[in-house]
Design a protein around this ligand. Structure first.
Ligand SMILES: *Cc1c(COP(=O)(O)O)cnc(C)c1O
Length: 401
């Protein structure tokens, strides 16, 4: 049986042409035409300077440092996210302060953020930055978030790793804060096998990030270094994959959304399974199709459903485990936490690849339906009523002896 995976790379078919160009011209390292063109593609789409790096995590690290985060600082972060959003805070010796989600978007709660900022301002300990995640490809409610941060002069880094192609009130996610990062990991909307991009409305941030990403080598002939750098640049070979992937970005987003809406329609009549809300203000990439399971109504726990699907070769997984529940971050200050905890305990991500075929999706839908109370009842109904003749014809063990 062919397994149905959660989220797989989906090539356009033109990747190898750009990769072949890299080979033909021998630009196989972290300099070259694909890299330049890939960055120009982003600059053209978003209207912001862009720096291609080896991962989304590296982009967050560079972005935070460029926003001035250093040892001992506080950085506010979304509690419900993948750990890579928060780890770079620790790379810089700073401490994350976690902010819970709001149920209507699953993203950082703007009111909790405002309260946390007010409290920290009163203590004279404002955060150096706020990292806002656009979870599963849906933009956070950025207007009140940006307003609260502007009130205290705190810069905002958007973690748009899952939200390339998302829109908030007519503006692309990733162009709303001071800087933003995208990820091209293998399971994201488009991929370079691994890679990331930092964009920023502040050209000096992009320039600093580019400098640090290439070992912070000072101008001049000698290898002289006055600042600490990293080896974070994306390879020109992988940028070739990225160029071809970026050409089909809107198609990939449309395909992911079609997958999500097909699930929504197929589960609309089922009790105990409800989709992640779609906020009215923009375009959700639906990077992953997520649902909440109400165990009593559905007839199975979330984990029961994940195991059930796994038995039939279907990969699914829980919604991200919140940072305040991670051994790594359980001692970090956290505002709220009950919402993200509930989303984690009940949330499931179903196969969401843009390449998911109709028949693959039909099997996922069929298996989910079978696991519900109504699914179990109809299966029971079949056993009780569909084959009464066979049951009656069976000789009774007592009669045989
Ligand atoms: C994938 C992801 C990252 C990290 O990106 P990499 O390219 O894998 O380093 C960061 N934040 C979020 C929310 C992600 O989903």
């Amino acid at each position: 049986m062919q397994r149905i995976l959660l989220s797989v790379p989906h090539m356009s078919g033109r990747e190898q042409r750009y990769v072949a160009e890299a080979f033909a011209s021998n630009w196989l390292s972290t300099v070259g035409p694909n890299l330049d063109a890939f960055e120009r593609d982003f600059e053209a789409r978003f209207g912001l300077p862009a720096v291609a790096v080896s991962s989304g995590t590296a982009a967050i690290h560079l972005g935070l440092r460029a926003l001035g985060v250093s040892s001992g600082d506080a950085v506010f972060c979304s509690d419900l996210t993948f750990v890579a959003s928060v780890n770079p805070v620790r790379y810089l010796g700073a401490e994350p302060v976690l902010i819970d989600s709001e149920p209507r978007t699953w993203n950082m709660d703007p009111r909790l953020l405002a309260a946390a900022l007010a409290e920290h301002a009163a203590r004279g300990r404002l955060p150096k930055a706020v990292i806002v995640v656009h979870l599963f490809g849906q933009s956070a409610d950025m207007d009140p978030i940006l307003e609260a941060c502007a009130q205290y002069g705190v810069p905002v880094l958007e973690d748009a790793a899952e939200a390339l192609g998302a829109v908030y009130k007519g503006r692309p996610a990733g162009t709303l804060g001071d800087a933003a990062v995208f990820s091209f990991n293998g399971n994201k909307i488009i991929t370079t096998s691994g890679g990331g991009m930092l964009v920023s409305r502040r050209p000096e941030i992009a320039a600093k990030a580019r400098f640090w990403a290439t070992q912070a080598r000072d101008p001049g002939l000698a290898y002289e270094h006055s600042e600490l750098g990293y080896n974070y640049r994306l390879s020109n070979v992988l940028a070739g994959i990225g160029r071809a992937q970026f050409e089909v970005l809107d198609e990939r987003v449309a395909q992911r959304r079609a997958v999500a809406f097909a699930y929504h329609a197929a589960f609309a009549d089922l009790p105990g399974i409800s989709p992640m809300p779609q906020a009215p203000w923009g375009l959700h990439t639906n990077w992953l199709s997520c649902f909440l399971i109400d165990e009593a109504a559905f007839g199975s726990s979330r984990d029961g459903l994940i195991r059930w699907l796994a038995e039939t070769g279907i990969e699914s997984r829980p919604v991200w485990k919140p940072m305040h529940l991670q051994p790594l971050y359980e001692s970090s200050p956290c505002y709220g936490g009950a919402i993200s905890e509930d989303l984690f305990r009940r949330g499931i991500c179903l196969p969401s690849s843009s390449s998911l075929t109709a028949s693959e999706q039909a099997s996922v839908i069929q298996q989910v339906r079978k696991k519900t109370i109504s699914g179990q009842l109809s299966a029971l109904g079949h056993r009780l009523f569909a084959q009464p003749a066979a049951t009656v014809a069976e000789p009774q063990p007592a009669a045989q002896s």
